[in-house]
Design a protein around this ligand. Structure first.
Ligand SMILES: NC(=O)C1=CN([C@@H]2O[C@H](COP(=O)(O)OP(=O)(O)OC[C@H]3O[C@@H](n4cnc5c(N)ncnc54)[C@H](O)[C@@H]3O)[C@@H](O)[C@H]2O)C=CC1
Ligand SMILES: O=P(O)(O)OC[C@H]1O[C@](O)(CO)[C@@H](O)[C@@H]1O
Length: 382
């Protein structure tokens, strides 16, 4: 049986990537720091995934096992050495913590095999696999790098499935929305690969990852930040608020204008894509916490993420970005006590003020029009 090693047995790991890999015939070896997930996955060898729709159908993901990132480092290295694919869903900021074991696994693999290996970061980030490759290569010696160039590929990917925080008796159970989209850059794959069922392989990933990140993620975090300010706990409550929904739509019309101008998407098609995603956010069969969707506001305010990047693209194209800066202002007011990045952001505002904090985390200079717009929106929301 083909072997997959997947880092991150969390919501996306179990609810999406692990499910598709298992259904494609792989034995899936999860690697996680969460000992509860690891022991249960190893012991049971399977877990349930329930689709959040009327039918509430449940599938059982089989042929799974797990290793602990913490106590089984050597076994993880050995698993990578004999893997047919390595995937991750740990959070883009966590990639630096797993790069070492992937580098060691690749080094060991290259001494015994020249079989091709795809390493695919399934994270909400532009160029996630390229970022992982850089982190891994930095830990390979010259000889291994040369060998890796011939048989190890790091194709970028876009992953989309809303998987909220889970609270079930069974810690392995995951409730997910029916929709999913996993797009992989086929131009970065090693020829002769066996496609994974359910995955879209596209020659140029950029339009897809930007359309997804600047529509699904931008809209979602906007709903979370505006919802937080109105005291809503869940996205479902926020999206039931007509006025809030129209503000979220305004943001997606701005990113839509950028995507149509930059990638040539058909306007009518894109409007349908926007409406479909607003429906996905509403999904009454899910309970999606505002705190999850808005989590890590520093990451979400960073220059290449879902708010600043499209706003700068809009600015360059002479397109509107006021609603995007309103969402950035919302992130600056996302004062969630158990979110370390939210705490750091509030501390920065208290320490160096809002203007300097905006520049510090978004990279927008105080004299840049977008920075000024953030301040206007911040003072309005405050
Ligand atoms: N939840 C969602 O709706 C979606 C999430 N994503 C992306 O998927 C990635 C994972 O997100 P979620 O599954 O929601 O998060 P999660 O928190 O449910 O899962 C992350 C998992 O990584 C594990 N982990 C942390 N450090 C680790 C390490 N050093 N080694 C091994 N495992 C480690 C955690 O224990 C956790 O089980 C993120 O990049 C996220 O942006 C993408 C699309 C949808
Ligand atoms: O995982 P992140 O980037 O913190 O944000 C969660 C995002 O993942 C999503 O499923 C969209 O990919 C939504 O849940 C949300 O926009």
């Amino acid at each position: 049986m083909k072997k997959a090693v997947h880092f991150g047995a969390g919501n996306i790991g179990r609810g999406f990537i692990g499910l598709l890999l298992s259904q494609a015939g792989y034995e899936v070896c999860f690697v996680d720091v969460n000992e509860n997930f690891v022991s249960q996955l190893k012991e049971r060898g399977e877990y349930p995934v329930t689709l959040a729709s009327e039918g509430q159908e449940t599938v059982t993901v089989t042929n799974v096992t797990a290793l602990s990132s913490v106590t089984q480092a050597d076994e993880v290295i050995a698993a990578i050495a004999e893997a047919d694919i390595v995937t991750t869903a740990v959070g883009v900021s966590i990639l630096k913590h797993i790069a070492g074991s992937i580098a060691k696994g690749i080094t060991e693999r290259l001494t015994v095999s020249s079989a091709p290996l795809h390493v695919i970061a399934c994270e909400n980030a532009i160029g996630g696999s390229a970022q992982l490759k850089e982190l891994v290569y930095a830990q390979l010696d010259e000889e291994s790098r040369t060998k890796a160039d011939a048989s190890i590929a790091f194709p970028n990917a876009a992953v989309d499935r809303i998987v909220p925080l889970q609270q079930h008796e069974d810690v392995l159970k995951v409730v997910v929305e029916p929709f999913y989209e996993w797009v992989i850059d086929s131009s970065q794959m090693i020829s002769g690969y066996t496609p994974i069922g359910g995955v879209h392989y596209v020659e140029n990933l950029d339009p897809y990852i930007e359309r997804k990140l600047f529509t699904v993620n931008t809209g979602h975090c906007s709903a979370a930040y505006l919802g937080f300010l109105r005291g809503y706990e869940t996205i479902q409550q926020a999206m039931a608020d007509e006025q809030l929904t129209s503000l979220v739509r305004e943001v997606l019309l701005e990113t839509g204008a950028v995507l149509v101008s930059k990638h040539g998407f058909d306007q009518a098609e894109h409007t349908k894509y926007i409406d479909k995603n607003l429906e996905r956010f509403r999904n009454p069969s899910l309970t999606d916490e505002v705190s999850r969707v808005g989590r890590s506001p520093i990451r979400k305010l960073s220059p290449n993420d879902r708010l600043v990047s499209p706003a700068l693209e809009a600015h360059e194209r002479g397109l509107s970005y006021a609603a995007l800066t309103r969402s950035m202002a919302g992130a600056l007011l996302f004062n969630v006590q158990d979110d370390p990045e939210a705490v750091e952001l509030q501390a920065s505002i208290a320490d160096i003020g809002v203007e300097a904090t905006v520049t510090k985390y978004t990279g927008l200079a105080a004299d840049h029009d977008t920075h000024k717009s953030v301040m206007v929106e911040y003072n309005k929301l405050k």
